[in-house]
Unconditional design. Structure first.
Length: 136
């Protein structure tokens, strides 16, 4: 008899969506841990040199260098916050994540998409799903 994990894997494959690899899950975990404390060294290590970060709601696209430079401002904004995330799907090197940013004065539920290759993020985009994390 198939165990629950095998059934989930089989269903995901039938739907054309594979579960995230352990490497991709590790990259995503490292990303959110570093983001929470504005760890510029770790974020720089995770991003490919030619990475592009698109903040859809703000209409901004940043290079790796621009993103790392923005950490001074982000560090103040994220102080006292929590970030929860779950991987929704993976396909062809792309990982889609639902993330709850729980700031001291507000919450935001985001959909974030990452292109990952060789343990590095080459592209990231995010957009707001909701102004609260109730749906998380």
């Amino acid at each position: 008899m198939l165990d629950r994990r095998a059934l989930v894997l089989a269903a995901a494959l039938l739907l054309g969506v594979a579960p995230a690899s352990a490497d991709d899950e590790a990259v995503i975990g490292r990303w959110y841990s570093a983001l929470l404390v504005a760890d510029r060294t770790e974020l720089s290590d995770l991003l490919a040199d030619n990475a592009r970060i698109r903040l859809g709601d703000l209409g901004i696209e940043q290079s790796k260098q621009e993103f790392i430079a923005s950490m001074d401002e982000w560090q103040g904004a994220v102080s006292g916050a929590a970030i929860r995330h779950r991987i929704e799907k993976t396909a062809g090197g792309t990982v889609t994540v639902i993330a709850c940013y729980d700031f001291p004065s507000n919450e935001m539920l985001m959909q974030e998409t990452f292109a990952i290759a060789g343990g590095h993020i080459s592209a990231s985009s995010q957009s707001t799903i909701a102004e609260s994390c109730e749906a998380f």
